[in-house]
Design a protein around this ligand. Structure first.
Ligand code: TGC
Ligand code: FAD
Length: 388
């Protein structure tokens, strides 16, 4: 019998192209060498490791799917998924940083912006010289972005924006904010630069989750931006929701990385931990738990690979992304919590990764559409009835 790779029982890697494998390997190396040695401390200190931004950019991970003329790496969607998976094996906060920059900030400028806007921002964003954030959620109800109160009013050649956004990744460190606001012609996107009078950002403190990521609130008090900062090629909620489809796609892959990190940790720990005269790994209940983790990871891997192939073929539907985001966030948070349990008391400090991943995944299962939102998307697909 051939011994199987415990983190890839169905040899999903054999279905990858040479280029996809090379991308996975280089990001895996980055996570092993640069992220894992520092991330526990970053989480403890509530600090995003800004010192890694340059390397992340040099590896081509910012806007990796965009064409090279805009600073992108022209990689396919499966490669983007693998990037997210390997980064989140390190920490959800690192993957979040790349998701937001690539899918929520560079993507809308690329997809909805003018050629001038693309050239103005994208190359610098791919180099990590300009950091973006994406402001859709408002404090009164993130699941229902149609209830948005932030408003932009035309005034001559300018727009005047009033309102606020809440829970914004990179909010207080970003150089530009992609802000979605209601206008007389429906929801539109604006690029608001740091330092614009009336625009302020405040870091949200006391987080117990995604502590190695910056989260902020944005405030707009008569913020005036020229029409050149409005994204001209989309109107309506489909603008921001289209960005969410891109980011959610990455998040279907990312949590698999967190789950694999946790399984890796308990496989090693339970072999070393001797209780009642034998390793914990030699007990049936521990084996059943770990086997069940591997089963869920394997199913999740096959799900996202097919999703990625559909995306690369231009056939992926947002409802399929909802199913995969729900499935893989759920399996990852359950696995992280079960691994924390198998580590016993040792599982409660950041010495081991399980509790950090479990806490991070509380955000990941909530942002980009809560689990309930994605369940209701599938419910609507099955029944044809909107139950939101
Ligand atoms: P509805 O009002 O019917 O549709 C509006 C228009 O949008 C189109 N559409 C989509 N387009 C692309 N992708 C999608 N996923 C889309 N979903 C809808 C739709 O066809 C329609 O177009 P048109 O041309 O007819 O106007 O909207 P709905 O009923 O489908 O949506 C309801 C619901 C609840 C699913 C939606 O509001 C929703 O997804 N709510 C959750 C909000 C959310 O996920 N927020 C995330 C904020 S960003 C974030 O969390 C970043 S964290 C990142 C990190 O740190 O990694
Ligand atoms: P609510 O929408 O108030 O939901 C509360 C509860 O009600 C949830 O359990 C939800 O599932 C449930 N619920 C909602 N609708 C229904 C229904 N119809 N039936 C039954 N139950 C329902 N947003 C951005 O725009 N940009 C960002 O960069 C960003 N980064 C984030 C980073 C972090 C760390 C976090 C935690 C959030 C971030 N968000 C961001 C916001 C995130 O998208 C929202 O938190 C999320 O969409 C949920 O919105 P809410 O927090 O207002 O919860």
């Amino acid at each position: 019998l051939k011994t199987l790779n415990p983190y890839d029982l169905f040899d999903v890697r054999s279905l990858l192209s040479e280029e996809e494998r090379a991308v996975q390997d280089s990001v895996a190396r980055f996570t092993d060498e640069r992220v894992l040695p520092i991330i526990g401390d970053c989480f403890d200190q509530g600090r995003f490791p800004t010192e890694l931004i340059g390397e992340i950019a040099d590896m081509g991970l910012l806007g990796s799917s965009l064409p090279e003329q805009y600073g992108g790496a022209g990689l396919n969607s499966v490669s983007y998924g693998l990037i997210c998976q390997e980064l989140e094996r390190g920490d959800s906060g690192i993957r979040s940083f790349v998701s937001v920059q690539s899918s929520l900030c560079m993507y809308p400028i690329y997809a909805y912006g003018s050629e001038e806007q693309r050239m103005r921002w994208l190359p610098d964003m791919s180099r990590g010289k300009v950091i973006g954030c994406f402001g859709l959620t408002e404090a009164h109800g993130g699941s229902d972005p149609a209830s948005m109160k932030t408003r932009a009013v035309k005034d001559g050649g300018d727009w005047v924006i009033n309102g606020s956004k809440m829970w914004i990744t990179n909010g207080s460190v970003a150089d530009i904010a992609i802000v979605w606001a209601n206008t007389d012609e429906g929801v539109q996107g604006f690029v608001i630069e740091k330092g614009t009078p009336g625009f302020t950002a405040q870091e949200i403190k006391h987080k117990m989750s995604l502590r190695a990521s910056v989260t902020g609130a944005l405030f707009f008090d008569n913020v005036r931006v020229p029409d050149a900062n409005r994204l001209p090629n989309v109107k309506g909620l489909k603008g921001p929701l289209g960005c969410l489809t891109q980011a959610r796609y990455g998040i279907t892959w990312g949590p698999l990385g967190a789950a694999i990190a946790c399984l890796d940790e308990v496989l090693a720990y339970t072999k070393e931990r001797i209780l009642f005269g034998r390793p914990v790994a030699a007990t049936q209940s521990a084996q059943i738990k770990m086997a069940d983790m591997a089963r869920r990871i394997t199913a999740g891997q096959l799900l996202v690979l097919q999703l990625g192939r559909l995306k690369d073929a231009g056939q992926m539907q947002p409802q399929q992304v909802s199913l995969a985001k729900w499935n893989n966030c759920r399996l990852a948070i359950d696995i992280a919590r079960e691994c924390r349990d198998l580590l016993g008391g040792a599982g409660i400090t950041t010495e081991h990764g399980a509790i950090r991943h479990a806490l991070n995944l509380e955000s990941v299962i909530t942002y980009e559409g809560t689990e309930t939102v994605h369940q209701l998307v599938i419910g609507r697909e099955l029944t044809g009835i909107n139950a939101f």
